[in-house]
Write a protein that binds this ligand. Structure first.
Ligand code: SAM
Length: 277
């Protein structure tokens, strides 16, 4: 692929989704967009690129963006953030005087659902220690296809073997042919919606906790800053933000600070809560 063609895809992806495409990822364009070109009846990627130079159909752009997203995820990915959520964040709200018995959690790039369902299973297990509490999990992603998979809640043997404790597999999944289906109870705890992180976020409402893991790594610094600062507005003074293991606020925004000894967990810089924890 020549540089001018590459730039077409680079600009399109940056504008539509924030994803930054570097020249060394040219092979990704070829392997992931060939099937899209075929599906749309173009002889090859070059023919599709020619269409993109004009006024392409909106649906084609959506399919290109979807094909270029990386949906890698797993149940209880990196385990530690889920331990922190269970052992630090939940007890904080549970013991906070005057906090309504309600928690709103946003999974901001939820992929095929393993992350929000992991949180739902934790909340289900903890419900006995938090009687009368109402938990709302909003899970969003830019890919319609991946959201459909998440809603379906069907996972392969390989997927349930990655990070999911056997006790939870036995308790919350049933075998469905060669796949595992997550229980309706857990599915009902998660509300899936299409949402592009580049959009204004005010319509989503306020959250107590935001999980935004392993998506900012694909964005450039100015986009990361905008996304984090928009999220800052959705959190109360004592809200929590979880980022992925390779992500940080350092050098990007001063609005959040890392919680010492809780890797991946961030609180508002102006906030004094939890500092003694
Ligand atoms: C690598 S997965 C991370 C999934 C999960 N958060 C985790 O850590 O396992 C990244 C997800 O971000 C989504 N994504 C990429 N760009 C996005 C955007 N602009 N808005 C919303 N989601 C986006 C992708 O579709 C993909 O499902």
């Amino acid at each position: 692929m020549n540089i001018t063609d590459f730039d077409i895809y680079k600009d399109l992806l940056k504008r539509a989704s924030g994803l930054v495409l570097t020249q060394d990822k040219t092979y990704l364009i070829e392997s992931r967009l060939n099937p899209v070109a075929k599906k749309w009846g173009y002889s090859d990627i070059a023919a599709m690129t020619a269409v993109l130079r004009g006024v392409p159909p909106k649906e084609l752009i959506i399919e290109i963006v979807e094909a270029m997203t990386t949906n890698e995820t797993s149940f209880f990915r990196d385990s530690k953030p889920f331990d922190i959520f269970k052992n630090t964040v939940l007890p904080y709200f549970k013991n906070k005087p005057g906090h309504p018995k309600r928690l709103r959690i946003w999974c901001a790039a939820s992929s095929s659902g393993q992350e929000p369902y992991s949180l739902a299973m934790i909340l289900k297990e903890e419900a006995i220690r938090m009687p009368g509490w109402n938990f709302e999990i909003i899970a969003t992603d830019i890919s319609h296809d991946i959201l459909e998979q998440a809603r379906e809640g069907l996972y392969t043997q390989f997927e349930v073997q990655r990070g999911l404790p056997i006790t939870l597999l036995m308790k919350y999944f049933t075998q469905d042919g060669d796949k595992w289906s997550i229980s309706q109870d857990i599915k009902n705890m998660v509300q899936y919606k299409y949402f592009n992180l580049l959009e204004g976020m005010a319509g989503l409402g306020q959250f107590d906790v935001i999980f935004c893991r392993n998506v900012l790594i694909y964005f450039d610094q100015p986009t990361k800053k905008i996304v984090m600062e928009n999220m800052h507005k959705l959190l109360p003074d004592d809200g929590f933000l979880f980022l992925g293991g390779a992500e940080t606020v350092l050098g990007i925004t001063d609005e959040f600070k890392a919680m010492p000894n809780n890797r991946g967990l961030y609180i508002k810089s102006t906030s004094a809560h939890m500092q003694a924890a």
